[in-house]
Write a protein of this length. Sequence first.
Length: 193
Amino acid sequence: VFGSFSTQTGSGVFSSVRRLAAVADVPVQTPGGYALELRDAANALLASQPFTPASAQEGDSAGRSFGLVVPFVAGTRSIRIVDSGTSKVIVSQSVSANPPTISDVALVGAPSPVSGTVTVSWTASDADGDPLRFDLFYSFDGGATWQPVQLSLTDTTTLLDTSALGGGTGVLRVEANDGAQSGRARPWSRSFR
């Protein structure tokens, strides 16, 4: 969860909320006057992570930012940032019950080996009807590590300049995000030149 808020207005925004299968590094949080809360559909508290926000920008005494990694709790239907002293909700976001699904990832009319600018397409759906954003990743080591190629796409097709990928056999992966839940297509490999 990433975002920012103002201590003057008491309002804020989530710039990114993602549910991930694994995280390489979990930053240590210093408890402070704010908490990230996970709540269920009946608004019952499932988990709370106290934290100290950072200054959003140098010279901005009211702006605060945060970047938190917390374990997901089954049944979570909302995520909140709360002022622990006043219990005021600064920002809240709903969490849908179902993650999005992606299938039929394909390179449309691409030569073999793949070269030049090609069209990548896929099919996506979300059982909750949430709007989706898509991220395209590339791996040159068989999926051991992933590099983002294009992020926050809103369409189910994109143009990919393969000259930036470095050649060889690579693996592409598309992920969908509905604002909190994520789904990913099975990675597939192709030869790039």
